[in-house]
Design a protein. Structure first.
Length: 447
């Protein structure tokens, strides 16, 4: 039997498409044509982009059901009436159940389950599964999320098609197929022992979904699926998604994943985002996180938590780029290229003296246009505007709007550079203030 990888985008000899719903409960016979049972489920190999059939689960008996797993290499023939095996009936061992969590089982794990469409960035429900059949091998080509898939599953397709065709032969229902290629599908099946998703290939596509969209997808799922999907992401993506889910979901993740795992994410977050999160927690929870976090990060966050949430000190992030006077342009550009950023850098570099006093600033554009061997202070802006740690969000917003800054430095009473406030942090505060005011006067913004 040919079990080689099949590319469904290339022509194949005499391909036949079939639906899983057409195969479920089909009779299975041995090589002597003796009845063995009925097809209950299909196990697939997930090492490829389009999974191939690896085994079938046979069910027999009523009401005392029994199940057996038959490797796909023992399938002799698939025909419209039955599935014929190469085995003898007596060699097939039945048990009370078959529930191997390490396998990807289409009926248990995919059919009627919620999955993520990584192309359209949404959560969908699978009504049927579309196979490409070449010889006796089945390759999962699409999932069907349309009404026809559900009708087909219920066994009403012929009747309903006839009725619709009689009254409206041009009905959209008759020609609409809602099939999504498997390569865009992220199943949400949970392995209870590890709380992870079993399939690997489509997970790579999750990192291409904007964090805000991925956050919305996670919030649309049941709690256990939220955790399962979240745990498959790499750490940078996890951190971005954590910043883009609501506080209630964040709290649920603490309960499910524990303080240590969330602390790993907090270590990866920009300090202002981590501070915003910790400020909303009960005091005991905040203390517990600070005791787990890396000492440098814990010290930094403890300091930020001491400032008012609507002050520059409370809004600022301590991730910024600062170099001493006399540093060559080429050296700064090299450092920027080699640095790993938790978030997109704010496009500004600050110049400080030996005591970390703020001296000047320069943006990336000026850096790129300056001669590489020049000292940085030769090309900085004539004047750098800044705010104090206790400056209000209104003052910060005013200066940003007036001088068209995307980020503004924050200094203490001795002019020591402590951090920067970025425009997105100010915007979130201004929107929150405006929203509270609108609610007070009972005005609902237009959608």
């Amino acid at each position: 039997m040919n079990q080689n990888k099949i590319d469904i985008n290339k022509p194949t000899p005499n391909p036949v498409f079939t639906y899983f719903s057409d195969l479920i409960d089909r009779d299975i016979v041995d090589f002597r044509n003796e009845f063995v049972g009925q097809l209950y489920d299909i196990i697939v190999k997930v090492a490829q982009v389009y999974p191939q059939s690896a085994g079938l689960i046979v069910r027999r008996g009523f009401p005392n059901r029994k199940y057996a797993l038959v490797n796909w290499e023992h399938v002799e023939e698939l025909n419209p009436r039955e599935i014929k095996l190469k085995l003898e009936k007596s060699s097939i061992v039945f048990a009370e159940k078959h529930d191997n969590k390490e396998e990807l089982s289409l009926r248990r794990d995919i059919l009627d389950q919620q999955v993520v469409d990584t192309y359209n960035h949404r959560v969908i429900r699978v009504n049927d599964i579309h196979f490409l059949r070449v010889e006796n091998a089945l390759t999962v080509a699409h999932v069907d999320i349309g009404a026809r898939g559900l009708v087909r599953r219920l066994g009403f397709e012929k009747f309903l098609d006839f009725a619709v065709r009689t009254f409206n032969p041009h009905a959209r229902y008759l020609r609409l197929e809602r099939l999504i290629p498997w390569k865009y599908i992220q199943p949400l099946t949970i392995n209870p022992s590890s709380m992870t998703i079993k399939i690997n290939v489509p997970q790579k596509q999750l990192t291409n979904i904007p964090a805000a969209d991925l956050g919305e997808i996670i919030q649309d799922l049941p709690l256990q699926d939220q955790i399962a999907l979240f745990k498959t992401l790499d750490l940078p993506t996890r951190a971005k998604v954590f910043m883009n889910i609501d506080f209630k979901t964040q709290q649920q993740m603490i309960d499910e994943l524990g303080y240590a795992e969330i602390a790993t994410i907090l270590n990866f977050l920009p300090s202002d985002e981590a501070t915003d999160f910790l400020e909303r927690l009960p005091q005991e929870s905040t203390k517990q996180f600070l005791s787990i976090l890396e000492s440098k990060q814990a010290k930094k966050l403890s300091e930020l938590l001491g400032y008012s949430g609507d002050s520059a000190g409370g809004l600022m992030t301590t991730e910024f780029l600062a170099f001493k006077k006399g540093t060559a342009i080429a050296e700064i550009i090299k450092a920027i290229r080699e640095k790993t950023f938790k978030v997109e850098p704010a496009q500004f570099v600050y110049v400080v003296d030996d005591e970390q006093h703020l001296v000047a600033s320069i943006n990336f554009k000026r850096l790129m246009l300056a001669p590489p061997d020049d000292p940085v202070e030769k090309h900085t802006f004539p004047k750098t505007y800044y705010v104090n740690l206790n400056s209000s969000v209104k003052e910060v917003a005013y200066l940003m709007e007036k001088y068209k800054y995307y980020a503004i430095p924050v200094v203490d009473d001795h002019n020591v550079l402590k951090g920067i406030v970025t425009v997105d942090d100010v915007l979130s505060q201004v929107i929150a203030i405006a929203w509270r005011r609108l609610k007070k006067i009972n005005i609902t913004p237009k959608q």
